[in-house]
Design a protein around this ligand. Structure first.
Ligand code: HEM
Length: 198
């Protein structure tokens, strides 16, 4: 396996490890990050301003629950609880054990396959002013993407071998037909363009 991909698997997996399994500073462990999933077609400034105003009028837990679960404000993620600018669009990093059989992926289930997930990371997530500094274009080739996906399929308990093989077939077939998060040009760009806010 190429050295670069090995390092990537290590770094990516590390971010996803439960706190008790690896001694790392807290920001690396199942903490909250904006990886750009909720940034697609969203104006975070507008959403956050509206959310703060609504919560100033009614700061009750019921109102917060309602806003965070049943409205478009849910895409603000951790911000709904902390009101910290740096938590806008940040969601909890989940662990990757048995990941192949727990799709669809991300907080909003917007990614159907692990190929979709790696395509997202490969292009450096979705540009937004609050994107985590750990998310950047990876310039992975198709072969490297397949290897990273295979690595994730290998994180499954052997007692679930049958489901694992079945999922692999289903996801492979789906990814062969559609790769909605693929962005080859973005994945191979050398510098991160400055994205002016609207
Ligand atoms: C290329 C390396 C990486 C791989 C293969 C990877 C894989 C994944 C997968 C499969 C999920 C979906 C989990 C689920 O839905 O249950 C996920 C979610 C997530 N990952 Fe990663 N990850 C990588 C790097 C990172 C890094 C570097 C960070 C932090 C800076 C990170 C933070 C997160 C967060 C916060 C979520 C949840 C996002 C949401 O629910 O919207 N990941 N990752």
């Amino acid at each position: 396996m190429p050295k670069r991909l090995g390092a990537l698997q290590w770094q990516g997996s590390l971010r996803h490890l439960p706190p008790d399994q690896y001694r790392q500073p807290p920001r690396h462990r199942q903490s909250f990050h904006n990886i750009g999933v909720s940034a697609r077609n969203r104006d975070f400034e507008k959403l956050a301003t509206e959310a703060v105003k609504i919560l100033q009028r009614d700061p009750s837990m019921e109102n917060l629950d309602d806003l965070a679960l049943a409205t478009d404000k849910s895409e603000l993620g951790r911000f709904m609880v902390t009101k910290n600018r740096s938590d806008i669009g940040a969601f909890r990093t989940s662990q990757l054990r048995n990941i192949d059989i727990t799709g669809p992926y991300m907080h909003d289930g917007s990614m159907q396959t692990l190929w979709g997930v790696v395509d997202h990371y490969n292009k450096g997530g979705e540009a937004n002013p609050y994107l985590d500094s750990g998310i950047e274009p990876l310039a992975l080739s198709d072969r490297e993407i397949d290897q990273l996906v295979a690595f994730m399929f290998a994180l499954t308990d052997h007692r679930l071998d049958t489901d694992n093989r079945q999922q692999m077939k289903i996801q492979r077939a789906r990814a062969d037909k559609q790769r909605p998060f693929r962005g080859r040009d973005l994945a191979f760009r050398r510098t991160l363009a400055f994205e002016p806010s609207k």
